[in-house]
Design a protein around this ligand. Sequence first.
Ligand SMILES: [Zn+2]
Length: 119
Amino acid sequence: MPDISKFKSVSVSTDTHSKLLSLAQNRFEVPVSVQKVIEFLLEKEIKRKMVDLTGKEEVKAICPRCFGNGFIRMQAGCSLQTNCPQCDCEGWVWLPAERCRMNIEGGIEPRWMKSGETI
Ligand SMILES: [Zn+2]
């Protein structure tokens, strides 16, 4: 019996349920539960909806100066670190949406940054 304070059940048609089962068996490297499939799809949908990178409104983007670390090295090879002056050690900055892009991990970064990608 699942903990009812943490879980709620939903009803879906048998057709939908068999599609969910099929995804659960085949969509991932290992078979997962139907519950995981729903969580995965929901997460993806929410991420997609939340990020509209076409407008002029500001979005939270990874800081291009410290790459989200919140601190930067004083100079190459030096172990001294200093708080990032651009983001004030937050690791992110507000930028107009149209100047940002989504990186492969689903994070938002300035268009010119292109972290960790080889295109
Ligand atoms: Zn920074």
